[in-house]
Design a protein around this ligand. Structure first.
Ligand SMILES: [Zn+2]
Length: 202
């Protein structure tokens, strides 16, 4: 039981009390349910790997997106996590992706663990070997995401000079939000990144 609790507590968002609740729940439901869960975990661990090209988690290599020739191969959207990629897919992104599998800490770009490092090396190889015109940085609009975007942008400039256009997702007031309830920092960004509807004469 102690071993199960220790393993559960390593999961994100699971503290000692939640771990205990989950463990007792499994024990109460009997061996079938517990075995089903452990087989599901085994199955994922056996078959899911980062794509050797874009680092999206996949059971085929290269993943279905990297091997889809209908995609706009010249555009790469860089995201932190596979979950972010799924959301961008729903939003209709037509290009390809690169998944960092982690955030890079600070503008100097020190990677937080080996996975993000390996993903960055793969990104460098792609920029050198593929005909990529634009990289869109789709990391979260927070401190870590901004630091990561800056670090990746700096690396891309080191690798390619000014050959590749680097952009960042627009930010501002979310659709459906009311101005009166919007955080002032978000509003300040929205004002700074305003879009022209038509340009007035001088
Ligand atoms: Zn891929």
């Amino acid at each position: 039981m102690a071993r199960l609790l220790t393993e559960l507590e390593k999961l994100p968002g699971v503290g000692p009390r939640t771990a205990e609740r989950l463990a007792y729940h499994l024990v109460r439901r009997g061996p079938d349910e517990g075995h089903q869960l452990s087989r599901a975990i085994d199955g994922v661990m056996e078959s899911i790997r980062p794509c050797s090209c874009c680092f999206h988690l996949t059971d085929q290599d290269p993943c279905s997106i990297c091997s889809d020739s209908d995609r706009e191969a010249g555009r790469l959207l860089v995201v932190s996590q596979p979950k972010d990629l799924e959301v961008m897919e729903k939003a209709g992104w037509q290009g390809r992706y690169h998944v960092l599998l982690g955030d890079l800490s600070g503008p100097s770009g020190g990677a937080d663990d080996g996975t993000a490092d390996a993903s960055l090396r793969a990104l460098q190889a792609r920029l050198q070997n593929e005909e990529i015109e634009e990289v869109v940085l789709g990391t979260n609009p927070d401190l870590e995401g901004d630091g990561t975007a800056l670090a990746v942008a700096e690396r891309i400039e080191q690798w390619t000079g000014t050959r590749v256009k680097v952009s960042r997702l627009a930010r501002g007031v979310p659709t459906g939000a009311a101005i009166e309830y919007t955080n002032p920092a978000v509003l300040a960004e929205a004002i700074q990144e305003r879009r022209a509807l038509y340009s007035g004469s001088q």
